[in-house]
Design a protein around this ligand. Sequence first.
Ligand code: NAD
Length: 330
Amino acid sequence: MAILVAGGAGYIGSHMVDRLIEKGQDVVVVDNLSTGHRAAVHEKARFYQGDTRDKAFLTTVFKQEKIDGVIHMDAFSLVGESMTDPLKYFDNNIYGMIVLLEVMKEQGVKYMVFSSTAATYGEPENELITETDRQEPINPYGESKLAMERMIRWADEAYGIKFVALRYFNAAGAKADGSIGEDHHPETHLIPIILQVAAGQRAELQIFGDDYKTPDGTNVRDYVHVLDLADAHMLALEYLQAGNPSQAFNLGSSTGFSNKQMLEAARKVTGKAIPAKIAPRRGGDPDSLVADSQKARKVLGWQPQYDDVEDIIRTAWAWKQSHPQGYGDK
Ligand code: NAD
């Protein structure tokens, strides 16, 4: 039986596929390469280029392969873009999920691990966000992911498709050997942007605001290494295959890092000056966003290997140095 990674050519998806293959799993990838990279997909995975909204295409893949479970990582995920083009997000993310669930139902596939997002919570109610906190997204991206979570819950009720939704903030880092890594266009994530400055591809880092209610005044965010995320998805699938009930889990470091701390850590790891300046607040940035992941640690037995942010940055730097232009295909 194979595991289908939808979005397996993307940043997190490619690490997911790599990890599954390392563990001896049979892996099928579906990806339309809209933001992903063919070169990121492990050569041992069977790759099908196509769109999850294309039911005929997806049905062919499911008929050709014996799929036991689906790991869903194919969504658009740029918050800013979702604000200016919300329908693009609802079409790709929500409609894509409808078609995928339909095909799973028709082909009798019972397990889905869904890469959701902590953006489904919106403005945090508490310092550490727990799974039972209010979910009130403040952008269309988070809204689309919340709708997808709810859709799977009803698909479970009606068709018995068991799911785990994993809610996390910032995926970070890369495989330690630098062979795969993060290559987004445009790049909106902090670590790759800092490393672009370190590599001389960007003049300086802009830190948006230093008067937030945090110890050094800059925003505090949660970073999880991409391979720790992959492990959590694997554990979640095993949890479902063992007959456990559907539910959502947060994935996080449980200790956030401020933008200034990230900058200092990157300066240390790279040995570069990394010029930075404080710019005005962007608006819409909560002081601090950190997820409590005790439940995932307890119930799934998840134990992140990368708990030091310098180690995370070191892996991202290894990728940056070996692939200064990313995969070079966009
Ligand atoms: P990514 O853009 O690198 O990967 C998404 C992949 O899905 C790409 O390869 C893209 O080509 C593919 N894809 C998109 N729509 C598709 C469609 N309709 N049909 C087929 N393929 C399609 O993004 P990422 O950073 O790897 O994120 C992966 C998932 O994790 C997303 O669902 C995202 O919402 C979620 N997530 C990411 C982060 C993060 O920090 N990167 C945080 C929380 C959640």
